[in-house]
Design a protein around this ligand. Structure first.
Ligand code: SAH
Ligand code: SF4
Ligand code: F3S
Length: 440
């Protein structure tokens, strides 16, 4: 038997890319590939890329440049670009970087094995179609190897919202939801392989409307209740949600479904109604705050997470202040904040840009406020009892590390539990990036 070929995948961007990278590795497993952690001994390098901000996209080209020497040493090495830069820039990638053999968009991963064979024959291959077939269904022949306790599961892809700053509707295409039966099947298999917690993924996951077993479209809440029935699955999460799709049944599930974790990532982007309108967000600061109140009424301890963009075109100091005010009101447990990045082809790219220095300064102020809140919320866990799912051994002997229901990292000393165990833990202290607790 010949030695297996080695595949090195580097993943950028969102969790959906993480999920896709796993699927691609499995698909190429069928071609005799095993994964390696080092590019140096790879027979194939795949960069699974992100196009969301300019920096993310440019990183791909500098990374590709670094493989020049490697390719010169190993002429058989194949280099592929997948993900959202592949979708957005397609042939341009091969023009700019001739060492690339293969470019595959996010909706064509099931064609990867065939593309790999062509690349092996010396062809340059490109596929950035949006085919009708379900790529996940075609990628199903995955190995049944044991896995860690947590997993992502993509249930919905694409976006129809067209926020004025965002490339996702162009790189991932229109909103598509996978049928309930397929998701349940995949979840059951993950649980058989050792998974205890599943995070349902979608660019607009709460707009999920996949075909249910009765032929009618199901909501995300209905899907969650169906997953709730799977024995051995202990925790359910989902991300990312849009405020406009936060339906009553989903809010209600947060109050009554025990497996649904008290954590919600609900990006608002900005706190000024004028800017929200220019962003094409179709919600106001007020409607968002009322929504958070309704969610907290259903699940008072829920941890709210958000995304923010500062320096969106035409943003004034007054607009920015409205964002700070909204943050003060909501009190975020975690948040991701970004300086606006111009994306060619999106409506906002044509507008009056905020000076870089002004945007930088605003981002600093915003992040200072968000980190203060984040720390306050984390510190407020001290003295409380939380569920912890252990994911790995800690650095100290006898120590285990896991995630709380609220997604905080928790260290437990003298812990006799195994990876994949779920335990009740009392939080005893709060450090810069994690909590410490003891088994109850
Ligand atoms: N579908 C998700 C997130 C998509 S991208 C949602 O709607 O919430 C993740 C985050 O990147 C966005 O929430 C936004 O805050 C940020 N982002 C998107 N486009 C950006 C841009 N052009 N510049 C800066 N940040 C951006
Ligand atoms: Fe982008 Fe807006 Fe769609 Fe989120 S909802 S993916 S920010 S267009
Ligand atoms: Fe990036 Fe594409 Fe995800 S642009 S954030 S990898 S959907």
């Amino acid at each position: 038997m010949s030695a297996p070929k080695k595949l090195f995948i580097k993943t950028y961007g969102c969790q959906m890319n993480v999920y896709d990278s796993e699927r691609m590795a499995e698909a190429l497993g069928g071609q005799g590939y095993v994964e390696t952690k080092s590019a140096d001994d790879a027979d194939m390098i795949l960069l699974n890329t992100c196009h969301i901000r300019e920096k993310a996209a440019e990183k791909v080209y500098s990374e590709l440049g670094r493989f020049k020497g490697l390719k010169a040493e190993k002429p058989d090495l194949k280099i592929g670009v997948a993900g959202c830069v592949a979708q957005a820039e397609g042939e341009e990638i091969m023009r700019r970087q001739p060492l690339v053999d293969l470019v595959v968009g996010p909706q064509s991963y099931h064609r990867l094995p065939e593309m790999e064979s062509k690349a092996r024959e010396g062809q340059k291959v490109l596929d950035t179609d949006f085919p009708e077939e379900d790529k996940f269904e075609k990628l199903k022949n995955r190995p049944k190897a044991k896995r860690g306790p947590t997993a992502f599961l993509t249930v919905q892809e694409g976006c129809d919202k067209f926020c004025a700053f965002c490339v996702v509707p162009y790189t991932r295409g229109a909103e598509v939801s996978r049928p309930v039966a397929r998701i349940i099947g995949e979840a059951q298999e993950l649980v058989e392989r050792g998974v205890r917690e599943i995070t349902l993924l979608g660019q607009n996951v709460n707009a999920y409307h996949g075909e249910g077993p009765n032929g009618a479209d199901w909501t995300l809440a209905q899907l969650i209740w169906e997953l709730d029935k799977i024995d051995g699955l202990e925790r359910i999460r989902f991300t990312t949600s849009h405020p406009n799709d936060m339906m009553d049944d989903l809010i209600e599930a947060h109050g009554s479904c025990k497996k649904l974790m008290p954590y919600l990532h609900l990006p608002v982007q900005a706190g000024s109604d004028r800017i929200l309108k220019r962003m094409n967000r179709s919600h106001t600061a007020e409607s968002y705050i009322r929504l958070i109140e309704r969610i907290r009424a259903a699940r008072p301890d829920i941890l709210i997470s958000g995304d923010f963009i500062v320096g969106f075109p035409e943003e004034t100091e007054e607009d920015f202040q409205a964002t700070l005010d909204l943050i003060e009101e909501v009190k975020y447990g975690t948040a991701y904040s970004f300086k606006y990045s111009t994306r060619p082809g999106t409506p906002a790219a044509e507008r009056a840009q905020v000076e870089a220095a002004v945007a930088d300064e605003r981002l600093q102020r915003l992040q200072a406020l968000l980190s203060r809140q984040q720390r306050e919320v984390q510190d407020s866990m001290v003295g409380r009892e939380v569920g912890v799912l252990f994911e790995k051994a800690g650095r100290l002997p006898g120590q285990m590390v896991g995630k709380s229901d609220y997604l905080h990292a928790v260290h437990v000393a003298d812990c006799d539990r195994a990876i994949g165990d779920l335990a009740r833990v009392r939080i005893v202290s709060s450090g810069p990036n994690s909590l410490a607790g003891e088994l109850i």
